[in-house]
Write a new protein. Structure first.
Length: 238
């Protein structure tokens, strides 16, 4: 009887592991399919001139929501890899402006449909050591979310300050609510309710923390004010 109980328990554990893998595989397939749909949607938007403000507004909603869902699927897959793989981060020397340019170009159609003007300030000669894909995904997510809260303008800057690469995204919206500012820490209780915005912050904070240099760890900050008077997001990479 004891052996049978142990075997049953082992089968339950195996089932849980299999389900976790299947779920991750399914999310990966959904991400790829949604990416193809998003690409087709962007082509349609670029080729079809909106006939009215109402149609333009519908285009912007479709573009934003599809991009947001795709981003969340990418975040879920990344968090799965953080938990199940040891080599999730690949540190290389990168030009900061190239990382930023890739994400700006990636969201060009979204900026247009949302009527957002993005100003970028970054020294093209500055290089830093970080995982280009992971840091790029954080910048992408912040830009996408920024188009939701900005009124007309956003600003993206990157500087080296006190031995940290600091990437900042600011907007001219109404600013972050207090619960979002509190959620910028990995150990915040705000992450426990599974809110999608807080998932994005947890994802960004986790990626920042994976970047370490001696005793220094990366981190993120949220605040209000800044150059445009709205919300300000910063990621610090040592």
């Amino acid at each position: 009887m004891t052996d049978k109980k142990i075997n049953a328990t082992e089968r339950e554990v195996d089932s849980d592991l299999d389900f976790s893998f299947v779920l991750a595989s399914s999310v990966h397939d959904m991400k790829n399919s949604l990416g193809m749909l998003l690409g087709s949607l962007e082509e349609i938007i670029e080729e079809s001139t909106a006939e009215s403000d109402a149609q333009k507004h519908r285009f912007s909603i479709l573009q934003y929501e599809a991009t947001r869902i795709n981003t969340e699927l990418v975040q879920l897959l990344s968090l799965y890899r953080f938990q199940h793989q040891s080599d999730v981060i690949k540190i290389d020397e990168n030009y900061i402006d190239e990382t930023i340019e890739d994400q700006v170009a990636r969201n060009d159609v979204l900026f247009k449909t949302q009527n957002i003007t993005l100003d970028v300030a970054c020294d093209p000669d500055v290089v830093w050591y970080y995982d280009n894909d992971l840091v790029g995904s954080v910048v992408h997510n912040v830009l996408v979310n920024g188009t939701r809260y900005a009124k007309n303008k956003m600003q993206l800057t990157a500087v080296i300050d006190n031995d940290y690469l600091v990437i900042e995204v600011a907007d001219d919206g109404d600013g972050f609510p207090k619960n979002m500012i509190d959620a910028a820490s990995l150990d915040s209780d705000a992450h426990k309710d599974g809110n999608s915005t807080q998932l994005g912050l947890f994802f960004a904070a986790k990626i920042a923390e994976l970047h370490q240099q001696k005793e220094k760890k990366g981190y993120i900050e949220l605040s209000n004010g800044g150059a445009l008077g709205g919300g300000v997001f910063r990621i610090y990479i040592p």
